[in-house]
Design a protein around this ligand. Structure first.
Ligand code: FAD
Length: 436
């Protein structure tokens, strides 16, 4: 028996969930990644069933000298992140319980946003979910989480009431505003690496109706739509009106509506959690900005929130990067068009501006690690694996760093104070650097 087979056998004695070594069937499926350029090469994987499994696996890794990495859906996997590590797959740790009176939901580490929204919607309550129903709750929350309803609701991390996690010493802890305040601050927006989260409690917002969808314009009208989008945003748009604009090079595939297939389009994604008539009134200037190829904006059940962005659901090999823009002057629009517009030779598949501000710019009740809140827009691009020159062209107008969940290969935007505090907290809770 090889060393790794022996290690797998030893860990099987300690946990209830399955343990996979490289020669076991199912090993590769445990660490699939949404970005298929990331090839995970873990030493071994444990499919934890509960917090006891997580605690046993963390202690075992420390004793045996393995680093610990965590995966749930693989949507946020980064190159090298799992290589050589004992990987804890949390996707089997599922639970969703809604407390409609307290307006909170308790969610297990393995749940995805779509399931959580399904559970909350019957009560007219909405969690701060991201654009895609298939993204995992915990990875998104740890990085801050920017919802398509972000301007109305604020960052997702601002709604986290409590987290339960196993820290590097193998102890399961509950962390909230009154318990382990340093971890509570760091886990909301600081990224991962401070423990293996087993459950979270999240505050919910009453949302009686949702008006949303996408307005598509032809790529040739990108310049005027971009300027109209900037002016519309600047024109005292209320916080509840949430918009993003994407320049998209769409494939010619039957899954897309016929008018969009194989075209370069400009997509305005819009969400208004409130009276649909008011939502339509606020959107009117954008509907009139240029001729429209397709307009899907209308009343949506909360559970159809994925239809606002319509993100792809199949894994793909891609390069991703995100950044932040304090403003969007005409020169920045010109630069964006030159590198990502319909005439650009190497335009990314997607270059997306999301309008920030509103509740996203306000400090949360309990401060957290997400402390760069002054930017006006995020810029996020998805390109072929060879990358894109977009961010070099845009450098005069960007901060050079992105939101933790939407930065791709860029660094996370943090003040020096927040970065130093995060490093101190990491040293205090994981002095041996066990957790990736
Ligand atoms: C199609 C798509 C749409 C997206 N839309 C948005 C969006 O609208 N807004 C936004 O902000 N982001 C968005 N994202 C980014 C997404 O939030 C991040 O990729 C996030 O990291 C995914 O989390 P996950 O748990 O699904 O992924 P995973 O790859 O399973 O986890 C990512 C990382 O999170 C950490 N982690 C996960 N679970 C745990 C745990 N239990 N304990 C400790 N650490 C853990 C680990 O470091 C892990 O490497 C999107 C991503 C995709 C692919």
């Amino acid at each position: 028996m090889s060393d790794i087979e022996l290690t797998v056998k030893q860990l099987r004695e300690l946990v209830a969930g399955p343990v996979f070594g490289p020669s076991d069937p199912g090993f590769e499926a445990e660490t699939v990644t949404f970005n298929t350029t990331v090839n995970a090469r873990p030493a071994l994987v444990v499919g934890a069933l509960d917090r006891q499994d997580v605690a046993a696996a963390v202690s075992f890794a420390a004793e045996q000298g393995f680093a610990v990495a965590v995966t749930s859906t693989g949507h946020g996997a980064v190159p090298g992140g799992m290589d050589g590590a004992l990987v804890i797959n949390t996707s089997r740790i599922t639970e969703i319980s809604v407390d409609p009176q307290a307006r909170t939901v308790r969610v297990g580490a393995g749940n995805r946003w779509g399931e959580v929204v399904e559970a909350c919607a019957p009560f007219g309550l909405m969690p701060p979910a991201g654009a895609a129903p298939h993204v995992g709750v915990v990875g998104y929350l740890l990085g801050g989480g920017l919802s398509p309803l972000g301007r109305a609701l604020g960052f997702a991390a601002d709604h986290v009431r409590a987290l339960e996690l196993v820290t590097a010493d193998g102890t399961h802890r509950r962390v909230d505003a009154d318990h382990h305040e340093d971890l509570f601050w760091a886990l909301r927006g600081g990224g991962g690496g401070l423990g293996v989260v087993t459950a979270v409690e999240i505050g919910l917002s009453p949302v009686s109706s949702l008006y949303g969808g996408t307005v598509f314009y032809p790529g040739e009208r990108a310049a005027e739509v971009l300027r109209a989008f900037r002016d519309w945003n600047d024109d005292r748009l209320p916080d509840a009106a949430c918009g993003s604009l994407a320049l998209q090079r769409l494939p010619d595939v039957p899954q897309l509506p016929e008018p969009l297939r194989g075209r370069f389009v400009v997509a305005l994604r819009y969400a208004y959690p409130g009276d649909p008539a008011e939502g339509a009134r606020l959107l009117a200037p954008m509907r009139a900005a240029a001729e429209v190829i397709l307009d899907t904006v209308g009343e949506l059940p909360l559970t159809a929130f994925g239809a606002i962005h319509n993100d792809p659901t199949a894994p793909m090999p891609v390069w991703e990067r995100g950044d932040l823009l304090p403003a969007l002057p005409d020169e920045a629009i010109e630069a964006l068009l030159s590198a990502a517009g319909p005439e650009a030779a190497d335009a990314p598949f997607l270059a997306e501006l999301r309008r920030l501000g509103g509740a996203l710019a306000r400090a949360p009740r309990h401060a957290n690690a997400l402390d760069v809140r002054h930017a006006a827009y995020t810029l996020f691009a998805v390109a072929p694996p060879s990358g894109s020159g977009l961010f070099t062209t845009m450098a005069p107008w960007t901060l050079g760093a992105g939101l933790p969940t939407m930065r791709g290969v860029a660094p996370a935007a943090r003040t020096p104070e927040a970065a130093a505090r995060l490093a101190e907290i990491k040293d205090a809770w994981d002095p041996a650097g066990l957790l990736r």
